[in-house]
Design a protein around this ligand. Structure first.
Ligand SMILES: Nc1ncnc2c1ncn2[C@@H]1O[C@H](COP(=O)(O)OP(=O)(O)OP(=O)(O)O)[C@@H](O)[C@H]1O
Ligand SMILES: [Mg+2]
Length: 406
């Protein structure tokens, strides 16, 4: 259902399959795999064959039968979510042998299964194995393995018990209580650290698909980035950008990238600004259910972001009493700068990390919220909690696709 609905805001494209509209290059760096570190030695994209990519990853190659058993034959009630690539299922494996385990035993996994009708999904699948199979960082989701067998393309990840930030911000229901101000800051900082790592000199990767559904949360609300199907190696040498077909999700893509296809790390910074604004306002980047003039969050909110007097007009009313004016103003100002029309005026992600850390510090130094215990009540998570979203989903979900400037 998520896919059909999200198609409503997808760009019309001759290449759009109606099932999986993402496109990703198989291009990648030859990345080494020390902890959180990667080699900066680039291998020309064309020199990396599929075989080389699969051989060089440090993840397990699963048989289809193994995954089928681990997910109890892809039981519908174990669906964690759905995206442009296909469905994501909950499963269990033995943590030592990595063979299927009984539900509740061993290690919990999330299995993404490529929709068999998808034509473009293979490239995206390979890009994901290429990047996540070699990049390690506390704020990137762990890829445990993959399955490539006949027409089957699957990805096996660590299970993220609290699902996506999108669910927490926008779904209504007993499980998804509004995220508190403090947790929003924590999630923003975690996601910023993940992006800063990707942009760092030794990694130099542009993520290209930064949005709330790709920010997953562990049991302590540590944010981890998932979905590297659109990721790209950043420019090398004295090049200022990489030229790409314009791909992404409406509402998140930077204006200059939309207009020219020129991709830089600053395109990700813009998307970060959009997500930060979604967190501050509790509104979706694009929401056609809102009154006209409020469909596009950035257009609607930007004029209020830089003004201490006006920011209350756009802050999520569910956060009232939880933040100090000073900290809220600084956070809004940070979002404002990330959303600068020109990339050169946007901060770098490592500066964003520093600013968010300072906001957390100032919060801890006694600019106390009125209600410090206002986080959501912890509750046991079950696959049903996450998968019931189809019933509670109130809005067509944004999904990545080819984008055309309007
Ligand atoms: N490792 C994981 N642990 C727990 N839930 C997950 C995991 N990976 C994905 N999910 C859930 O499955 C949903 C679908 O993920 P998926 O990446 O396929 O699509 P999407 O990000 O929603 O959209 P798009 O296809 O545009 O990226 C996520 O929003 C999340 O709720
Ligand atoms: Mg995703």
């Amino acid at each position: 259902m998520g896919i059909c609905l999200s198609a409503q805001i997808k760009a019309e494209s001759p290449c759009y399959t109606g099932v999986n509209s993402k496109f990703a290059s198989t291009e990648g760096n030859d990345l080494s795999s020390s902890n959180s570190k990667v080699s900066s030695i680039s291998v020309a994209p064309s020199s990396r064959s599929e075989g080389e990519i699969l051989q060089s990853t440090n993840v397990k190659s699963f048989s289809f039968a193994d995954i089928k058993m681990a997910t109890r034959n892809f039981r519908p009630d174990s669906v964690l979510g759905e995206g442009g690539f296909g469905s994501v299922f909950k499963g269990w494996i033995d943590e030592h042998s990595f063979t299927a385990a009984k539900p509740g035993m061993g290690m919990v996994i999330a299995v993404k299964r490529l929709n068999p009708e998808s034509f473009q999904g293979h490239r995206e699948w390979l890009a994901e194995v290429n990047y996540l199979g070699q990049l390690y960082h506390p704020h990137l989701v762990k890829l445990i393995g993959y399955c490539l067998e006949d027409e089957h393309r699957l990805l096996v990840y660590e299970f993220m018990p609290r699902g996506s930030l999108e669910n927490h911000l926008f779904r209504r229901g007993s499980y998804f209580q509004p995220l508190s101000w403090n947790l929003r800051l924590k999630v923003a900082l975690g996601a910023a650290k993940g992006l800063a790592f990707l942009h760092s000199a030794e990694t130099k990767v542009i993520y290209r698909d930064f949005k709330t559904s790709n920010i997953l949360l562990d049991s302590n609300y540590n944010a981890k980035l998932s979905d590297f199907g659109l990721a790209k190696d950043g420019p090398t040498g004295d090049k200022s950008h990489v030229s790409t077909r314009v791909m992404g999700t409406y509402g998140y893509a930077a204006p200059e990238y939309l207009a020219t296809g020129h991709l830089t790390a600053k395109s990700d910074v813009y998307s970060f600004g959009v997500v930060l604004l979604e967190m501050l306002s509790g509104r979706r980047a694009v929401d056609k259910n809102r009154p006209s003039g409020e469909h596009n969050l950035v257009e609607w909110a930007k004029p209020c972001l830089a003004s201490k007097r006006k920011i209350f007009r756009i802050l999520d009313t569910r956060l009232e009493g939880q933040y100090s004016l000073d900290v809220a103003h600084k956070a809004a100002n940070l979002a404002f700068r990330c959303l600068s029309t020109e990339g050169k005026f946007r901060p770098r992600m490592d500066d964003v990390v520093k600013e968010l850390e300072q906001l957390q510090d100032s919060k801890e130094k006694g600019i106390a919220p009125r209600n410090p215990n206002s986080g959501p009540k912890p509750r046991r998570h079950s696959a049903d909690d996450a998968s019931n979203g189809n019933a509670t989903l109130a809005y067509p979900r944004p999904s990545a696709s080819p984008l055309y400037s309007k």
